[in-house]
Design a protein. Structure first.
Length: 155
């Protein structure tokens, strides 16, 4: 069985956003767990994920062995439909709402599959919005393909 193929991420220069919508051949419950529970997050997104809880204002961090540790804050949550995380674009720096981006995962059940949209916004608060958007566009392509592989491989 082949993995679902999805369209790549799109940068909106005017809105300072990166957006990607994918379809995953998995239930919304499984997708929700994969985007909110550290033990699942660390299987496809960061190498290590920490999160106090899935509640407004909860804090945590995502660590990539080759990029460092990025503090995160849950900015908005509507289980099991959407969750927003705020983070800085540089590792080790506490989350500063005036210089950070927010990425929101939104889930929509589609028969036996789930449509997942990620929108990362707030790039206009960064020192080099264009470079950051381009970097994160590539990042979301890679990471969300990893999510599809993780959830569709039956692990």
């Amino acid at each position: 069985m082949s993995m679902t193929t999805n369209q790549p991420s799109v940068v909106d220069e005017a809105e300072f956003t990166v957006r990607r919508t994918i379809t995953i051949n998995a239930s919304a419950d499984k997708v929700w767990a994969a985007i909110t529970e550290p033990e699942h997050l660390s299987r496809w997104f960061p190498d290590r994920a920490e999160l106090q809880s899935v509640e407004l204002g909860a804090q945590g961090s995502f660590t990539w062995d080759d990029h460092g540790t990025f503090p995160i804050v849950v900015e908005q949550v509507d289980p099991p439909h959407s969750i927003s995380y705020r983070w800085n674009n540089e590792s080790g720096v506490p989350v500063d709402p005036s210089r950070s981006t927010v990425f929101t995962f939104t889930l929509e059940p589609r028969d036996s599959a789930t449509q997942l949209t990620v929108v990362e916004s707030g790039f206009d608060s960064l020192s080099d919005p264009t470079a950051a958007m381009e970097s994160n566009r590539g990042g979301w392509n890679f990471e969300l393909d990893e999510l599809v592989a993780y959830l569709e491989s039956g692990s």
